[in-house]
Design a protein around this ligand. Structure first.
Ligand code: UDP
Length: 236
């Protein structure tokens, strides 16, 4: 897996939450930042996308009567907060970063400018893409697939709380088995919980492998990138 020079790492907002049930836990963000630094020190170019589900999800707001579009913009703002928390944690350990948001917010970060993002990567900076695709009715999984495609990443790594893709939910079914590799089409046909369908099909159309692994286990990102860790690769 050493051939994955340029990666996009997608983390759900929950990865910033630690053992809390809501929000941002700075020590947890610091630990994940350490994982990102290790991957960068191993020679990878890193784009990051962090969700916002630890703070606000548009669907949850809409379910309680909010206008969906308004609620989704609030979700996007939540992803900017997570991006800033991650920027802070990375810079605290000497990793240079830039945040680029799909919803422009000039005082806190750059807008998404792909050529500029390219330059940041060339200079060894980690680029954190915030606010998903910048439109409601999407998710940060789709944002991750879009940025991975635009930035021509060699792989999209999805760090979650399980160590790959299973044929059924391993949290409820002890007999569930994990796939080492699985096709995009099977994931879509069987509606397996990897990323939402729009994100999976964008990766399929642009031939970007999706590597699902457990980010909660310390050292796992570097291990997976070295081809040693436990993960599932979704590919052609
Ligand atoms: N969101 C959106 N458009 C996007 C990305 C995100 O509207 O392109 C909103 C949506 O409301 C979503 C929220 O931001 O629920 C947080 O993102 P997501 O649910 O993807 O976060 P994660 O589950 O990865 O923590």
């Amino acid at each position: 897996m050493a051939s994955f020079k340029r990666i996009l790492l997608k983390l759900s907002g929950e990865a910033a939450m630690g053992d809390q049930s809501f929000g941002i836990d700075p020590p947890t963000v610091a630990r994940v930042a350490g994982e990102v630094k290790a991957a960068k020190d191993a020679g990878h170019e890193i784009c990051l996308v962090i969700g916002g589900g630890n703070i606000f999800r548009g669907m949850a707001g809409a379910a309680k009567g909010m206008n969906r579009t308004t609620a989704d913009y609030m979700g996007m703002l939540a992803t900017v907060m997570n991006a800033l928390a991650m920027q802070d944690a990375l810079e605290a350990i000497g990793v240079s970063t830039r945040v680029q948001s799909a919803v422009e917010m000039n005082k806190v970060c750059e807008p998404v400018i792909l050529r500029r993002a390219e330059r940041h990567l060339e200079k060894g900076r980690v680029v954190i893409f915030a606010a998903g695709v910048g439109d409601p009715y999407f998710t940060t999984d789709s944002g991750a697939a879009l940025r991975a495609s635009e930035m021509k990443c060699d792989a999209l790594l999805k760090g979650t709380s399980v160590d790959g893709v299973y044929d059924s939910d391993p949290k409820t079914n002890p007999a569930a088995t994990r796939f080492d590799r699985i096709g995009y089409d099977r994931v879509l046909a069987d509606n397996l919980k990897v990323m939402d369908a729009a994100a999976v099909s964008l990766c399929r159309d642009n031939n970007i492998p999706i590597v699902v692994f457990n980010i909660r286990e310390p050292g796992n990102l570097a291990r997976v990138l070295a081809g040693e860790g436990v993960s599932t690769t979704v590919g052609a």
